[in-house]
Design a protein around this ligand. Sequence first.
Ligand SMILES: *[C@@H]1O[C@H](CO)[C@@H](O)[C@H](O)[C@H]1NC(C)=O
Ligand SMILES: *[C@@H]1O[C@H](CO)[C@@H](O)[C@H](O)[C@H]1NC(C)=O
Length: 486
Amino acid sequence: MEQAVKDGVDVLSLSLGGAPKPFYNDNVAIASFGAVQNGVFVSCSAGNSGPASSSVSNVAPWIMTVAASYTDRGFPTTLFLGNGAKFEGSSLYYGKSIKNLPIVYAGTAGGKKQGANYCINGSLDKKLVKGKIVVCDRGLNGRAEKGQIVKSARGAGMILVNGDRNGGEEMLADPHVLPATSLGASAGKELMNYIASSKAPTASIVFRGTTYGANAPVMAAFSSRGPSSIGREVIKPDITAPGVNILAAWPPVTAPTQLKTDKRRVLFNIISGTSMSCPHISGIAALLKSTHQNWSPAAIKSAMMTSAYDLDNTANPIADLGSSSSVSATAFAFGSGHVDPERASDPGLVYDVSTEDYLNYLCSLDYNATQKSFECPEGSDFRPGDLNYPSFAVNFKRGGGGRRTVTNVGTDVCSYRVKVEEPVGVSVVVEPEVLEFGRLGEKLGYSVGFVAAAGGGDSVPAFGSVVWSAGKYSVRSPIAVTWEQQ
Ligand SMILES: *[C@@H]1O[C@H](CO)[C@@H](O)[C@H](O)[C@H]1NC(C)=O
Ligand SMILES: *[C@@H]1O[C@H](CO)[C@@H](O)[C@H](O)[C@H]1NC(C)=O
């Protein structure tokens, strides 16, 4: 990363990361601090460890942490069972449909071999599998690898079933080597009931190719979630971008399934992950940098975050395939929302952050000697919540509130009025409620106070927003409240 900064790059796109770590122990956080200090924008994958709470990584506030969501494009299949039931799945297999073939659960088709239900190599009995559609459980080995193992055992097709904790209702499309489809966990249960209750269960799979117009965006179940386990005063992830079934160039030296046995070669492939969503944000950052050459990495980040949207293409709240309790996604899944490149190029206001601000933030977290040339100011009243971040994470054990400064990058003379959507159980006070700008580049400050209502909230996180509006501009910051140090 240091070499890239020396080479003069404007953007670093880091589709990598591990478990969340304290900043001083996190190489990506340390190296990206240096990059941001040198004016380089850094976007990182949030991780694919969702939907578990606090699974998000790459959480330093100078990093743009990117979650993953679905686009409106799908690769649907229809699975018909012999009893007339019908379910939608997903697959990149593009050959002929398979009709009225016997189906068998891999857990029974492997005799008593361990892991047979996952279709691990060597576990399937050819006699029990030959000519049948084999149902394999998700997990343990690769999704496309299961298909190869079924094919090698002379199976005619495969149904790859998610578990409640293993993919849930996720619809990943894989370039299977035989007629195969994925299936969500709830449909999977009905399928298993049918197999258990029928003497001669059969199924057909129809491959429907590429379709458009699905409800989108929808949060991917695998996308890592907040609240951040490090530095709770910042909502992480920051934003979401397309990360499911993404079409991109692919090296022809490796098969689309990455299996040695797969001899197919392609120039493009479709894969999923926050490794796919992060580069979308990196590309948009490059676009913003080229139109606003004097913007800092924090300004670019703010522009994308405050203009992000939280409604889908049917004007309903963005849904979450990883949430069993509610269908709507929260800021702990998508941060400020889904990126909107057009609006990000003209955000009205930005929340800028200097290197010194980040250092003051680290000092407020009781870091010391972060940099030889910087001494933490004695007796400073800077609190972690004062970092000039474009979103608000409030933890009531540490008290809530903060100061913010916005820079006018919209029109010379304008008057912004605040609108607050209060999280359940919290009252929010913003002062002043109107910001009058007289020129471009002008900076004005405001304060936010968060007060728990009598009785406080319950233990579930609560969400709201602070929105500054003037004419066509609407500058939105989400609020996420947690009630205790978790
Ligand atoms: C399964 O194991 C056999 C024997 O070790 C090997 O030749 C084959 O490539 C394996 N199949 C896959 C899909 O990994
Ligand atoms: C910095 O903090 C560490 C850990 O709390 C402590 O051991 C060390 O002495 C501190 N260094 C300075 C220069 O204060």
